[in-house]
Write a protein that binds this ligand. Structure first.
Ligand SMILES: *Cc1c(COP(=O)(O)O)cnc(C)c1O
Length: 378
């Protein structure tokens, strides 16, 4: 079986874990947590980073800190992993689903702009959806597959309509737009270190921000809002969302390898693009002019997707479809969905990710290329 994208734990993972076990610092008080935060903050060029138990909990806290209140709307792309949309519901807000652009596969910024211009108004620095008189609190772009959309344009649109931006950069550690790392454009950016991400701690996440008081609040809320170092005095409802030292130790070892992972992913992409790029009907996610992706997953828009999936499965090549669009999921079927041509459904029906682990061998990659060619040319 050639795996899609499996963790690469060939660095100092064992050594750092052993250090935690030998010293007894396994929980969130150990020194690896702070070191991992500093390492990610410095890599991303962010002033502050707060490590969390997952990307989803990072999103939950970021929505709270971004001022999203019960009853608000938050604009999210219709095609995304479900975590950011769930997080919107955790704060008793509702997702406003925005269709995607058929070229970039990210939130359609033209559609977003039209919607905001024609269907909302700003009063006292708050944006209201006119039809429902509901406040729209934030835009939550999701940099899917490790590629940002045009973040300059998105930030301009947000500012023009008094909207906070919270980035879901879970899939985009190492991706840049206009020389700036993903997660650094919004008020807060969220990262994930789940098993299949470009670096992994098994499970974990991080909030990055330029704002010191938000970072302090994030640290407070993720540690049960304990207000005194000596006494169990909690000044608000907090959460147990802090990353533990064992996982941060893994994170440190992974950060040391991130530049090599990024290099390797890029090489894989170049080889696939050359070998498969010209197959009839094939398309790739368009990279904006100033974009520089991390090549997290290699994803293609192809004809006859379902048959290809069956075929690759028989050849023991792991592949994966995109996410079922949010407006089709039972918890979000009633959500507002802004679309012209149901682009998210079209992409879902045609896109597939193929093996691109950082330890994919050249032989394995040729095997995948051979199989895909065989399927389309017989
Ligand atoms: C992985 C991921 C998350 C967070 O997932 P966790 O498993 O909670 O770390 C959030 N959003 C997107 C788009 C993701 O891919």
């Amino acid at each position: 079986m050639i795996p899609l994208s499996s963790p690469n734990l060939s660095g100092n993972e064992w050594q750092y874990l052993k250090d935690c076990l030998d010293t007894g610092w396994v929980s969130s008080a150990g020194s690896y947590v702070g070191r991992f935060e500093k390492s990610v903050a410095s890599f991303c060029g962010a002033a502050h980073a707060v490590a969390t138990s997952s990307g989803t909990t990072a999103l939950h806290i970021s929505l709270l800190l971004g001022g999203v209140s019960p009853g608000d709307l938050v604009i999210v792309p219709d095609l995304t992993f479900v975590a950011p949309v769930n997080a919107v519901r955790y704060v008793q807000a509702a997702p406003l689903l925005m269709d995607i652009d058929p070229h970039t596969w990210q939130m359609d910024l033209g559609l977003l702009e039209d919607f905001l211009q024609n269907q909302t108004s700003v009063r006292d620095n708050h944006c209201f959806h006119r039809a429902t008189q509901t406040r729209i609190a934030a835009i939550l772009p999701v940099h899917i597959l490790g590629n940002c959309g045009d973040m300059d344009r998105l930030m301009r649109i947000a500012a023009a309509h008094s909207l906070v931006v919270i980035e879901d950069a879970s899939e985009a550690l190492g991706s840049q737009f206009a020389g700036k790392q993903a997660g650094n454009f919004g008020l807060l950016g969220c990262l994930s270190f789940n098993g299949n991400k470009i670096i992994t701690t098994g499970g974990g996440g991080m909030i990055i921000t330029a704002n010191e008081s938000l970072a302090n609040r994030a640290r407070h809320l993720t540690t049960q809002a304990k207000a005194s170092p000596d006494d169990y005095y909690h000044d608000e409802v907090g959460y147990n969302y802090r990353m533990v030292n064992l996982l941060a130790a893994l994170g440190m070892a992974q950060m040391e390898q991130l530049p090599a992972f990024l290099d390797h992913k890029k090489k894989i992409t170049v080889i696939y693009d050359e070998a498969l790029g010209s197959l009839p009907g094939f398309r790739r996610q368009q990279i904006p002019d100033k974009g520089s992706p991390n090549h997290w997953l290699y994803t293609l828009y192809v004809p006859r997707l379902q048959e290809l999936r069956q075929f690759l499965k028989l050849q023991e090549i792991e592949c994966r479809p995109l996410w079922v669009p949010m407006h089709r999921l039972p918890p979000f079927r009633q959500s507002l969905f802004i679309t012209r041509e149901h682009q998210s459904d079209d992409l879902y029906a045609h896109a597939i990710s193929i093996p691109c682990s950082t330890h994919l061998t050249e032989g394995q990659q040729q095997e995948v290329i051979r199989a895909v060619n065989q399927f389309y040319h017989g």
